[in-house]
Design a protein around this ligand. Structure first.
Ligand SMILES: [Zn+2]
Length: 265
């Protein structure tokens, strides 16, 4: 895994250029080419930004026979899926599912608003539209544990079900079940009267977030904090750490964050 500060800088450029282009959805392949990194690293980075709500993840189902994009609806039997175009009948698996990314409306509005008056963004726009985008099925991407967890959370259960029997998502649901089991056992031995993090520190962080001027940033972090509290309730330290890091990424290190992090380690 080799996501450097250069890649992160390029990612910011890439996002800004996207906002000013006509491109709606893109694949991990496009950013990989833009930043000259591997597909797996690109996917990992993009998924990280799905978790922080800068990007949205959607899934495209393609017919293995005619390669056209089909509507992915849970009313249709995914075991014997009939293509709307060529009437081919196939079992949907991970070779037929293609992850696509899109800048969220909230983040796009935020970026455009914060770039008002500047024209540095336009320069890279052409480069971005010129980069070919290649559709790559999820089966061709190697996903690490951390990414799997986030993916699990942001993927609809009907799609997760499609992967049962496939390798990638099977691993995901295994690790998911595994962590659920762990939580249950932690919970049964843990005295639920004693919170992992003293309430006052969480309140302090909540106050800090309530006072963020920027509405998008405030709402985003409010959402993360809600999930953070829920994770604490479930005694899921790993999840709590994850949400805390999302908050830390956007608002920087404030003292309550480092204090809370101390309780989670
Ligand atoms: Zn077809």
């Amino acid at each position: 895994m080799n996501i450097t500060f250069i890649t992160r800088k390029k990612f910011q450029e890439f996002l800004e250029s996207l906002c000013y282009s006509s491109i709606e959805k893109f694949t991990a392949s496009k950013f990989a080419k833009y930043a000259s990194i591997g597909l797996d690293d690109s996917f990992k980075l993009l998924i990280e930004h799905v978790a922080t709500k800068e990007l949205e993840l959607s899934w495209e189902l393609r017919c293995p026979n005619c390669n056209r994009v089909l509507s992915l609806n849970s009313n249709k039997d995914l075991e014997e899926y009939e293509c709307d175009f060529c009437c081919d009948i196939f079992d949907v698996d991970e070779n037929d599912l293609f992850p696509k990314f899109q800048v969220t409306k909230e983040f796009k509005d935020y970026l455009i608003e914060s770039n008002k008056g500047g024209n540095s963004v336009k320069k890279t726009e052409k480069a971005i539209t010129d980069i070919p985008d290649k559709n790559i099925p999820i089966s061709d991407i190697n996903i690490d544990e951390e990414t799997k967890k986030i993916l699990q959370e942001f993927t609809h259960s009907t799609i997760i079900n499609v992967f049962n029997g496939g390798s990638q998502m099977n691993q995901i649901s295994n690790s998911f079940n595994h962590s659920t089991l762990n939580n249950a056992s932690i919970q049964s031995t843990h005295n639920s009267q004693i919170p992992i993090v003293p309430e006052e520190h969480v309140v302090e962080l909540q106050d800090y977030i309530n006072n963020i001027d920027d509405e998008v940033l405030r709402n985003m972090n409010d959402e993360h904090l809600k999930n953070f509290k829920e994770s604490l309730k479930q005694h899921d330290k790993e999840m709590a750490k994850k949400y805390l890091s999302f908050i830390g990424k956007t608002i920087g290190t404030v003292s309550s964050i480092s204090t809370i992090a101390g309780y989670l380690n």
